[in-house]
Design a protein. Structure first.
Length: 95
């Protein structure tokens, strides 16, 4: 699959990226190679392949869910301009 110069310029405009003339030529070649590789991958038969979340079947080690910090809400709210019932009060922004 080939990508045209107009496609590259359009994507660059949408992404707000300045691309000069020699970069467009290089991108045209590089993106064309990438799209050819994707086309080759699309042709691979995966009908007998079971989907997997991770190729190594790794399991993440989890730490115990234990409270390690003390409740310091009163100390933090002592310096706040306005609080009520444990909540910070802020000025109304939307009317």
């Amino acid at each position: 699959m080939a990508i045209s110069r107009n496609d590259i310029e359009k994507v660059a405009l949408l992404a707000r990226i300045r691309v000069d003339e020699e970069q467009v030529t290089a991108l045209e070649k590089d993106l064309g190679n990438i799209l050819d590789l994707v086309d080759q991958l699309q042709g691979a038969d995966t009908s007998q392949t079971e989907p997997m979340a991770h190729p190594l079947d790794a399991v993440q080690r989890l730490r115990p869910d234990v409270v390690t910090e003390s409740n310091q809400r009163d100390a933090f709210q002592a310096i706040a301009p306005a609080t009520e019932n444990g909540l910070y009060l802020v000025p109304r922004v939307i009317e």
